[in-house]
Ligand binder design. Structure first.
Ligand SMILES: Nc1ncnc2c1ncn2[C@@H]1O[C@H](COP(=O)(O)OP(=O)(O)O)[C@@H](O)[C@H]1O
Ligand SMILES: [Mg+2]
Length: 503
């Protein structure tokens, strides 16, 4: 689409280009614009990140003078040259602030731009976002339709862009993060991937159902596990390594006691009598320092209280067997909402420790891990592990949070894809813009004004071009609505209140 002839280049400073636009020009934050220079075989690609009024000399004075004159009575107007309408048009002109994103040279998009288009002979044109994303080659085969650009253009991402990657989804509460995560997770599973979700609000299980109540595409590939009920493990299956992690990292067992525990475990293992009961007896009878024994006994009781462990091998979940049964991919939901914080942390520890072990031994395929509000259950030392060692073995994490500051800067810097929903809070905005490779002007200006269900996508999935997308509605039960106290009352009330604001 060619923009009105009135669109002009005003100036350039650094990586910024300003355009002059008519008030009625259909252009908004996030839009991509191509500047074609008639004398060159190159096109400049810029993105709108903000707009302002034209600020020419004297305009303020003129507005104020007008105001004073009009409020001091209806005088006779004499304006034969229609200066007033010209002056009004100028006052309504918009300055469109854009960032240079790249240059198309010989059909290839490059980010290094070292030329300047002509101010007089350039044509300014809006450019389709999907053509930009795939300009340097298709990003994959497995299409994920995630929604539309502001002007209605369909935007596709590709499942391949999430393979082996670290993703972050952040934004304020209620902005649409979990909804988007559900869309991604269900599509990955449709394409045969294995997804494990740490579900804090018990909202992912609905993905097995369409909104009309029929089973969804992935209905027979969804399983929901509840710690202490359907998620239990035998000591033998978990192994000593996982136990050491739980005792040391989560239950803070001191080193001397841990050494004693290892001795007991190894003895019981050699006797082929590794059960909860024999473990308890062995701890009680072990000849050691009183303090060490007390420490072991108290940890033992905590472990038992969690009900995560069982001596019944039938009851014990075997992750590799569960995955083997899900032939064409699977969505494994770990429902953490009704679980005590300590049990939650133990359950997460077990799953992460166990899947890393299984991946190391090639017993399971790579896993896409979706973690909602991970700071509530993920221990400190796992954060770096997730992006280094565990990613290397095949755990590809998507972190979802409404508190961007709980994720360390170093993790943002290593993220391959970041999906930002609205943030109104300046310190949150500051945090995400500081750590992103995209300029902070763009992030601050665009993210601050994103409506709910819109996101700003950054990273590999969008060919490293920041893109604003309205997330598509999906025909699955997405649950997750925040319970409200007054909503029932509102529904019951026959009175409609019109507050005069229409959106
Ligand atoms: N793209 C969308 N289309 C339809 N409904 C949506 C969309 N995004 C979010 N919602 C709805 O908005 C509400 C809040 O979204 P949710 O994803 O739970 O927010 P968050 O996880 O950011 O707190 C939910 O009721 C959800 O179903
Ligand atoms: Mg949510």
């Amino acid at each position: 689409m060619w923009l009105g002839d009135e669109m002009r280049i005003l100036g350039k400073r650094g990586d910024e280009i300003t355009l002059l636009a008519q008030p009625n020009e259909d252009i908004a934050k996030g839009d991509y614009i191509m500047i074609e220079d008639a004398n060159r075989d190159k096109k400049l690609i810029i993105q709108v990140y903000d707009e302002a009024y034209l600020d020419v000399r004297g305009i303020l004075e003129e507005i104020v003078r007008d105001e004073v004159v009009s409020s001091s009575g209806d005088g006779v107007e004499h304006d034969p040259l229609q200066m007033k309408s010209i002056s009004y048009a100028i006052r309504d002109m918009r300055v469109i602030k854009c960032k240079i994103r790249g240059s198309i040279e010989g059909g290839v998009l490059t980010t290094a731009v070292s030329w300047l288009p002509s101010r007089t002979s350039s044509k300014i044109k809006k450019i389709s976002i999907s053509s930009l994303i795939s300009m340097n080659g298709k990003l994959g085969e497995r299409v994920i339709n995630i929604g539309r650009a502001r002007d209605g253009e369909l935007i596709n991402l590709y499942a391949e862009s999430f393979d082996g990657q670290l993703n972050i989804i952040t934004g304020r509460k209620g902005s649409g993060k979990s909804y988007f995560a559900k869309l991604l997770a269900s599509k990955l599973v449709e394409y045969g991937a294995y997804v494990i979700i740490f579900d804090l609000n018990d909202e992912y299980a609905g993905l097995a159902w369409k909104r009309n109540g029929e089973p969804s595409e992935i209905a027979n590939r969804v399983i929901r596990l509840i710690p202490s009920f359907t998620l239990k493990f035998s000591l033998k299956y978990l192994g000593l390594g996982t136990f050491i992690n739980i005792l040391y990292h989560i239950l803070d067992l001191p080193g001397t006691s841990l050494r004693e525990f290892i001795r007991i475990w190894e003895y019981l293992y050699s006797q082929n009598s590794l059960t909860l009961k024999s473990l308890y007896e062995a701890i009680q009878n072990v000849k050691c320092n009183e303090l060490v024994r007390d420490a072991l006994i108290s940890r033992y009781h905590t472990l038992m209280d969690s009900k995560l462990f069982t001596d019944n091998e039938e009851e014990s979940l075997r992750i590799e067997e569960l995955i083997a049964k899900m032939v064409n991919g699977g969505l494994i939901i770990i429902s953490l909402n009704k679980v005590y914080p300590l049990t939650r942390r133990m359950a997460v520890e077990i799953i992460l420790s166990k899947i890393t072990q299984l991946l190391e031994r090639n017993l399971i395929p790579p896993i896409f891990l979706f973690a909602e509000e991970a700071h509530l259950y993920l221990r400190e030392t796992y954060w770096d592990d997730l992006i280094t060692r565990m990613r290397h073995y095949g755990v590809f994490t998507t972190l979802i949070t409404n508190q961007p500051d709980v994720i360390k800067d170093s993790i943002y810097r290593q993220a391959d894809n970041i999906f930002l929903f609205n943030f109104a809070n300046d310190s949150d905005l500051e945090m995400v813009s500081r750590t992103s490779s995209t300029d902070s002007d763009t992030i601050k200006s665009i993210v601050k004004t994103l409506p709910p269900r819109y996101l700003l996508a950054l990273g590999k999935a969008v060919n490293n071009l920041p893109i604003v997308i309205q997330v598509a509605p999906i025909d699955l039960i997405t649950l997750g609505e925040t319970k409200l106290f007054f909503s029932q009352l509102q529904k019951a009330s026959p009175l409609k209140v019109d507050c005069g604001i229409h959106r």
